[in-house]
Design a binder for this molecule. Structure first.
Ligand code: F6R
Length: 607
């Protein structure tokens, strides 16, 4: 989490840094800060809360330095307050940091013994002290950074500014992303290409262990031994305009409504409707005949997309699937097998745990495939096979369109696997492809239920708890529905496999308790209805989300929302939409911060 920006140019640095921080606010929004050199002296402005607080501060107390670094923070160590906000400065050095310094306690102790005076509760402050210690020994700034880096354990992307050095920013990376951008007489540093998009589309990415020496004249990349490296710039496709909400009040609802279009575009790259076949990019050289097992690893919503895909790989391709939350994967004793395909799913392509798991699998000889939304991301670059989702920039912190685009891509992959392995006939494949091609239409019709969902949301908003349940692919969907609700409304919600309810959670049910039952009229419908009636018998308030067929068979639910009838394979993609809208409308009733809910950040770049 947190973002990094650096600017060195001819004009004032604060405005372009602020603009880049706006683009990086998805990485953290509990405080922000900028440091520049004013007549050679380090000057900082920091503010707690959203970026607009820093903007107001800068209006009253402007900065006019032509070199600077900036940072939007998501707190890991130390409460969000102005004092803990980056940049951290010690004597003549200032630093911004993304990542976690795992040995900060030991370093702090050692530095204190050597006379350092700490003024923040952060792990990051040790970095400024370590570099300052080297400067005091007489090192030049670049050597001071290079001498300090080996002392740091954990993950970091860093940018340093030095008093008296008006033409120098030093960047460094280990585990967290960092890019440099090339301008005319100007140079930039940023956590990603999007941050730098209005300034440049020529970007080089730092690799782990790189140090970047940035001046107005250009950039020099060094390795840990101080040897020069080549990191040639490449043109990026980062959008140069800030994504707008259009007619919508929030990014989240805009992104919910984007889904028929972006899922359609994502599907269009993987299906051929005329021939009724799946087309996995030839460059991927992927043939599932050589694969005997699939492992899927991801976090949060992307993990739930993976859970749904497990049902598809098993059902349509007869492939055994292991699935892990990324923060667990690396710490299990996974039995790696050369016939395994290791799949990683991520919107950002930067989630620290998923990225570390990917590297872990790759180092053990696994074939690595990632399903990623941000094309220039570290995961996209690190994967042998990368299947992009075309959701476009997702700004709302709660993932919506990225989820359904992940599902669309994974469904295509599972069908391709079934075809390659001879489990699906050409007719089966064509039927499934045609079903997928209709997803945008089913989604558009599901969105028409929004007024009714708005009414149901009032009921949920009146509760402190909610339960979501379903069977088969509707079980991970229940998990996702509960996650969406808790993220943006702060209502405690749980997702359960419907058959599991009576093994414990049913004890929670009383007439105050809303239970969302996800049950299209598929093969598990009757069993889920039995579970719903177990809830009704205990006076639970059930909201049944089903299709027309299910609605005609179901009776007794407190409320029923009926979507169009649709083929089983597409139901998870379409049923996600009413769940997203339910969370969104509940948040509207409660007046919470929909796009930037408390304590969260869009991209989780720390473990
Ligand atoms: C939930 C949400 C998170 C992300 C998770 C993984 O709405 O957005 O749970 O899904 O942090 O992020 P990515 O997909 O970027 O790896």
């Amino acid at each position: 989490m947190c973002g990094i920006v650096g600017f060195i140019g001819r004009g004032p640095a604060a405005a372009p840094i602020l603009d880049a921080l706006r683009r990086l606010e998805y990485r953290g929004y509990d405080s922000a800060g900028i440091a520049t050199l004013e007549r050679g002296l380090l000057t900082r402005r920091r503010a707690v809360g959203k970026l607009k607080n820093l903007e107001s501060r800068l209006t009253c107390e402007p900065l006019d330095g032509r070199i600077g670094i900036g940072h939007p923070r998501w707190a890991t160590h130390g409460r969000p307050n102005e004092n803990n906000a980056h940049p951290h400065a010690v004597d003549g050095v200032a630093v911004v940091h993304n990542g976690i310094i795992e040995n900060h306690r030991e370093l702090r102790k050692e530095l204190k013994l050597a006379g350092a005076r700490f003024v923040t509760d952060t792990d990051s402050e040790v970095i400024a002290h370590l570099v300052n210690q080297q400067l005091k020994k007489g090192c030049e700034p670049i050597d001071a950074v290079r001498a300090a880096l080996p002392r740091l354990e954990g993950a970091f992307a860093l940018a340093f500014l030095f008093e008296g050095h008006e033409n120098l920013i030093v960047g460094a990376r280990k585990g967290s992303p960092l890019a440099v951008g090339y301008g005319q007489g100007e140079m930039y540093l940023g956590s990603d290409a999007i941050a730098l998009a209005p300034l440049t589309d020529m970007i080089s990415y730092l690799e782990d262990g790189d140090v970047a020496v940035v001046t107005r004249q250009g950039i020099d990349f060094l390795n840990s031994k101080g040897e020069h490296l080549r990191r040639p710039p490449a043109k990026t496709a980062g959008s140069s305009v800030l994504v707008q909400k259009g007619k919508h009040e929030h990014f989240m609802v805009k992104e919910i409504y984007d889904q028929p279009k972006v899922v359609g575009e994502t599907l269009a790259q993987y299906i051929d409707i005329v021939s009724g076949t799946i087309k996995v990019p030839k460059a991927a050289k992927l043939n599932f005949r050589d694969i005997n097992r699939v492992s899927i690893t991801a976090c949060g919503t992307a993990f739930y997309a993976g859970l749904i895909a497990r049902y598809w790989f098993e059902r349509y391709a007869g492939l055994p699937v292991d699935i892990d939350i990324a923060s667990e994967f690396r710490y299990r004793n996974v039995a790696f097998d050369s016939s395994n395909l290791a799949i990683f799913v991520s919107q950002s392509g930067e989630t620290a745990d998923t990225l570390a798991s990917l590297e872990f699998a790759k180092a053990r000889g696994q074939r690595v495939l990632s399903v990623v939304n941000v094309l220039g991301s570290t995961m996209a670059r690190a994967s042998q096979i990368m299947l992009p989702t075309l959701a476009g920039p997702e700004i709302g912190v709660a993932s919506t369109k990225a989820f359904t685009c992940q599902l669309a891509t994974l469904a295509c992959l599972a069908i391709a696997a079934g075809r390659d392995r001879g489990v699906l006939s050409a007719e089966d494949e064509a039927l499934l492809v045609r079903a997928l091609a209709d997803v945008p239409r089913y989604m558009t019709s599901a969105l028409e239920l929004e007024p009714k969902i708005g009414e149901l949301a009032r009921n949920i908003a009146a509760s402190r708890n909610a339960l979501f349940m379903g069977r088969g692919t509707n079980y991970p969907l229940a998990l996702e529905g509960a996650l969406k609700l808790k993220e943006i409304t702060y209502i405690h919600a749980e997702g359960y496999a419907a058959g599991e309810l009576k093994h414990g959670p049913i004890a929670l049910i009383d007439k105050e308790f809303p239970v969302v039952v996800i049950a299209p009229g598929d093969s598990s419908f009757e069993k889920t209805m039995s579970n719903m009636h177990e809830v009704i018998a205990r006076e639970g308030r059930t909201i049944l989300i089903t299709d027309h067929k299910g609605a005609s068979l179901a009776a007794g639910s407190w409320s029923t929302l009926a979507l169009q009838d649709m083929p089983t394979i597409v139901a998870p993609l379409v049923f996600a939409l009413p769940l997203q809208l339910l969370a969104y409308h509940t948040a509207l009733v409660l007046g919470t911060d929909v796009d930037q809910p408390r304590n969260l950040a869009k991209s989780v770049t720390v473990e």
